[in-house]
Design a protein around this ligand. Sequence first.
Ligand SMILES: [Ca+2]
Length: 331
Amino acid sequence: MHRYGATRALILAALAAALFIAVGAVALAGDGPEVFRLADPRGDDHGDGSLIYPQRDDIEKGELDILSFSASADKAGTVFEVVFAKPVRKPDRRTIDELGNTLDSLARLGFYNFNVDIYIDTDRIPGSGSTVMLPGRRATIDPAFAWEKAICLTPRPALAAGGLRSLLERQRKLELKSRQGRVTDEDEKQIATTVAKDVAADIFFPTLVWVTGNRVRFFVPASFLGGVAQDSWGYVVADSVADLQASVDLGSALGGDPRAPALMIVPVGRGRGAAFLGGGYEDDNLEPPLVDIIVPTGVKQENVLKDYDLRVDRPVKLPGVVPADLKSLKK
Ligand SMILES: [Ca+2]
């Protein structure tokens, strides 16, 4: 009897420990104080108003429809959260390439259909920072919100980071070549080192991700943002359909500029199809393949994403949102 009691006590202790660990893990996922929350309308997951989801049976309207974007303080950094209109679709065991790779072995973070880009203007000085978005977004950031730090939540972060580095390396090699005529091995090494350093300092690809129902939360360390995310910073948030296969698509031929590279993103095309966002215009390489973006109060997403000019090659300019400004508006 006594023995049975001891065993039971042990089991209870083990259960309590397991529960403690589970609770600890949940607490890690951003249960600290909320820094800000930005709301976004339901039903606007159509970019400039014309985009149609890829015609596949594993993605449907609502899945990329952002309802809110928020940030919570965490001991070691920030946990961002995106809430979608529909549950996040989980990678299953189906084989998706000739090598026999299964979807869940490639997309290991619990989601696979979307990217969420976040460009953060931390210094709030107009014109200071970058206005360039990740390859294939076919849009720029409004110089008033030029960014210092970018975050790209994508199903295959390591592949995306590697793809971005090789793209930038090639770009800088070409620049150097046009300046000095040739590129030496030493130059190449130098370029690779600088690019790796720049990408690590400027762009973060989250690998700690929690998916629950309609919500995806992801951790960004204080070492990257220089502390916890601030509500006085400017945020551009845009989502897109993820292309799992191609880290860097160099020959995106779908109605676009064949020279324009794309990073893990499904392009826009005409009509409807499985491999692209439908509803695009003919001979149009400036319509962004961005499905849902968060815009400032009083601004219409569709108008922002339509505001480009093919005649003078002027792309869309995305404005940032400063959460603290919204709070003062409410007062
Ligand atoms: Ca939305």
